[in-house]
Design a protein around this ligand. Structure first.
Ligand code: UDP
Length: 322
């Protein structure tokens, strides 16, 4: 009953590994370590790249996992606009190779990391899972292609899949041992904290002319420990159910860039040095989840709010372990 956590050395994957070990679930990590941190992993780690179909197949046949969590992906909107090939190869081809390797290892259950970027610019205030999927950047498009692939395999009876569409993952582990450490860092909360700490010159606020109350983009920030918990519940759900489910993971609360900077300043006790700049290509104005399906199907309710997110991230960024 070993779980395989692909991308388990990364930001969200490492929190998943911690959740599994804390809940007595044996697990192994598979990661190419392109952006992940081996220091974050306290279980066996297999170094393998999803684009290497043969090595991936061999690894899965050897591990024979009862379930796979697939976190490994390139996930930066701006970068995906510049380098679409890398996104389709890592995200889509990697997932296709994974499905074939799972078939060879007779592994049928998969929890897939999807994203609210599959929705594109939403036509409603709050996004539910039935909303049309029209991604506006290659990152979202590559994840949508994966969803279509996995849904087809699930409908054919070859796989059972829960695709979790994350809104904005943020925060750090309550132990202080795990957190967000990307190089370069592009995300709002870590960049704001780095600016406060003087590790970056200043934060750039992308766009002040969005159709939102203060003109900056609105996002639904979700604590990384809440995400891990949702994956754990999805694993339990897959033990008793077959087929395909796509489920949003968000809080149903929208926060603008300016509002985030205010909370960061209050919690860190210092203003965030920032400059105003043009919009960042590929950013929709507002992304806020409906979390009704996660509540109904998984019984999942996030436990952390924005303060908890910023407080845990602030603690981590003052003393990152890696
Ligand atoms: N953002 C910003 N400055 C930064 C990083 C992000 O103004 O240095 C904005 C970004 O344009 C978006 C929001 O903050 O509106 C969240 O961006 P992030 O990169 O954290 O997550 P994404 O929504 O792209 O997944």
């Amino acid at each position: 009953m070993t779980a395989l956590v692909i991308g388990g050395a990364g930001y969200i994957g490492s929190h998943m590994v911690r959740w599994l070990t804390e809940h007595g679930e044996p697990c192994v990590v598979l990661d190419n370590l392109s952006t992940g941190h081996p220091e974050a992993v306290n279980v066996p780690l297999v170094r393998c790249d999803l684009r290497d179909a043969g090595a991936l197949r061999d690894a899965l046949i050897q591990i024979r996992p009862s379930i796979v969590f697939h976190f490994a992906a390139l996930a930066l909107v701006g970068e995906s606009v510049q380098q679409p090939l890398a996104y389709y190869e890592n995200n889509f081809l990697g997932t296709l190779n994974l499905v074939k390797a799972m078939h060879a290892a007779d592994t049928r259950r998969l929890v897939f990391s999807s994203t609210c970027a599959v929705y594109g610019v939403p036509g409603s205030d709050v996004i539910d899972e039935a909303h049309a999927r029209n991604p506006i950047n290659p990152y979202g498009a590559s994840k949508l292609a994966c969803e279509n692939l996995l849904e087809d395999f699930a409908r054919a009876g070859d796989l059972s899949v829960v695709a979790l569409r994350y809104f904005n993952a943020a925060g750090a582990h309550s132990s202080g041992e795990l957190g967000e450490s990307h190089e370069p860092e592009t995300h709002l909360i870590p960049n704001a904290l780095r600016a406060v700490l003087g590790q970056a010159k200043e934060l750039t606020v992308f766009g002040q002319d969005y159709p939102t109350p203060d003109g900056t983009c609105i996002r639904d920030y979700i604590h990384v420990e809440d995400l891990a918990q949702a994956h754990g519940v999805a694993m339990q759900w897959l033990r008793n159910h077959d087929g395909w489910q796509a489920i949003n993971l968000g809080t149903e609360l929208g926060t603008s860039v300016i509002q985030v900077l205010r909370r960061v300043a209050e919690i860190a006790g210092r203003a965030v040095p920032h400059v105003l700049a043009e919009r960042r290509h590929g950013d929709p104005p507002k992304l806020v989840a409906s979390a009704a399906k996660a509540r109904d199907i998984l019984g999942w309710i996030p436990a952390h709010d924005l303060d908890s997110i910023v407080q845990s991230a602030w603690r981590w960024h003052q003393a990152p372990r890696y």
